[in-house]
Write a protein of this length. Structure first.
Length: 499
């Protein structure tokens, strides 16, 4: 093979793995019991030599097939046999492989289970935990592997959380160990770098998030978040060791979830400090300020929970001072929502009862086209079957909620109640996607009035685990991140409104 070019060799290896994958899939459909053995043997034979590691990417098709077959054969199977791991099957092969290469194969196996887990499979989360345990115990166990260990401990915490809220304590243990390792590295000036600092800050934020879930009254969350903010203040750039993804895709979803949890708790200072951090991340990626403010406003992150004020005045003043934009002028906000009619309507309607941000002369210009019919038309278009998605339903819920407030302020109680019920219905629809609603009701008049037919709720593990930086969630979903806590906050606001 020495006379062949690297590109030609890559094509040969890719073709070989694709052909083997097709053969294995056919054998599996025919009921063969040797498919796992063939996959492991093929990887072992084709990647056995030291100089073959650069052709490793071609093997991903076979590793993904291994995961697919394992899931099909063992998910829901109550038999005595445990699902096989690639590590043990590779050890049984006659051709030895370098430990570094085995580690890369296991990481691909882990990634493949992560991609499968987007369908909400507890089996895939449990398999991820098993693969991570092998990586920690057999591959990255030396002192020189501290950074890799910390990364996999964070991933293990995510897989544990995906399996259910009952694993919060184990999740916190993994995150605590990761934080301890990263703090040790960061104290060594020869090893500390931007990646280490970012990874430490992320682990601290995840620890605060899980602590807040498991023990809402715990004060350690403030220490962790402030430590994370302190860490991020030391770096000029944000990054995370997740190939092909930007910080806005890996870090911002976690910050959004923390912001929404803190908003429900009333921790406004930390809430807006994290919003400022998100702005820094987006600006690093050259995202226009108008897009940033549009996202933060329409997601409800520039206001206080359970409060009629549409914006936090102090945050707007600080943003105007430090970012060089005049947030107190209507033209700025109109530009923010350029081309996004539903978002503009939401903004105009929210600003109608408020004279805290704009002069009275400007307020008149805001009123020109915010009729009830227009709001109704936009809300209906958002929830139509042709265009409806979670983000559209979320925005329509806000439009109906604010419309209810508008009628109530005018003393039109029946209309206010009608639109309040519309908002509550849409928000409960989203709640069912983010939370497990446990049966049982208090049976009192308020519960019956607002349609609450459940006694308690629990955030779905896979949904919460999407905030982990290594989550396999799609970039399009992350771009308009809708967290469980944002949905819950809106549902509680609507419940209070209707009651």
């Amino acid at each position: 093979m020495e006379h062949l070019s690297k590109d030609m060799l890559k094509d040969i290896f890719f073709d070989a793995f694709a052909r083997i994958a097709k053969m294995v899939e056919t054998l599996h459909r025919c009921g063969s019991k040797r498919t796992h053995e063939i996959v492991a043997m093929s990887l072992s034979k084709l990647l056995a030599y030291d100089n073959m590691s650069e052709y490793f990417d071609s093997s991903s098709i076979l590793i993904k097939l291994w995961v697919k077959i394992t899931r099909k054969d063992f998910e829901g199977n109550q038999g005595v046999d445990r699902p096989p791991l690639l590590y043990h099957s590779l050890l049984d092969c006659s051709s030895p492989m370098p430990k570094k290469l085995i580690g890369l194969i296991l990481e691909q196996e882990l990634l493949a289970y992560g991609l499968m887990e987007t369908r909400g499979s507890k089996f895939c989360a449990e398999m991820q935990i098993r693969v991570i345990d092998v990586l920690l115990d057999k591959i990255y166990y030396l002192e020189e592997h501290c950074l890799q260990r910390s990364r996999f401990l964070v991933r293990k915490a995510g897989a544990l959380r995906a399996c259910g809220v009952q694993n919060i304590e184990s999740c916190l243990e993994s995150l605590s160990e990761a934080i301890s390792l990263l703090q040790t590295i960061s104290k060594d000036s020869s090893q500390s770098n931007t990646t280490v600092i970012n990874q430490l800050a992320i682990a601290q934020c995840l620890h605060a998030h899980c602590t807040l879930e498991g023990n809402p009254g715990c004060e350690v969350i403030f220490k962790n978040i402030n430590s994370a903010l302190s860490s991020w203040s030391k770096v000029e750039t944000f990054d995370y060791s997740s190939p092909g993804q930007r910080p806005s895709q890996t870090i911002v979803p976690l910050l959004c979830s923390l912001v929404d949890l803190l908003a429900m708790k009333g921790c406004f200072k930390l809430q807006f400090d994290l919003c400022e951090l998100m702005i820094r991340i987006w600006r690093q990626e050259n995202r226009p300020l108008r897009k940033i403010f549009s996202f933060l406003f329409t997601s409800g992150r520039l206001s206080h929970a359970y409060c009629h004020l549409p914006l936090d005045k102090e945050f707007i003043s600080e943003a105007a001072e430090h970012l060089g934009v005049d947030c107190n002028h209507t033209d700025f906000w109109r530009n923010c929502f350029g081309g996004e009619r539903p978002s503009l309507i939401m903004f105009l309607q929210r600003m109608l009862p408020s004279d805290l941000f704009f002069p009275q002369s400007c307020e008149q210009s805001l009123r020109f086209d915010v009729s009830v019919d227009e709001v109704n038309k936009v809300a209906l278009s958002l929830v139509s079957e042709a265009t409806s998605n979670d983000q559209a339903i979320f925005l329509a819920g806000y439009l109906y909620y604010d419309l209810s407030e508008r009628f109530f302020s005018c003393g039109q109680i029946l209309q206010a109640f009608s639109y309040g019920k519309e908002a509550l219905c849409l928000r409960k629809k989203l709640l069912k996607k983010k939370f497990k609603l446990n049966s049982g009701s208090s049976g009192n008049m308020e519960s019956q009035c607002c349609g609450q037919d459940f006694g308690s709720l629990e955030a779905w593990g896979p949904t919460v685990a999407e905030i982990w930086p290594d989550s396999s969630n799609s970039t399009s979903t992350r771009d308009s991140f809708l967290t469980s806590w944002s949905v819950l906050k809106c549902y509680l606001e609507s419940t209070l409104q209707v009651c």
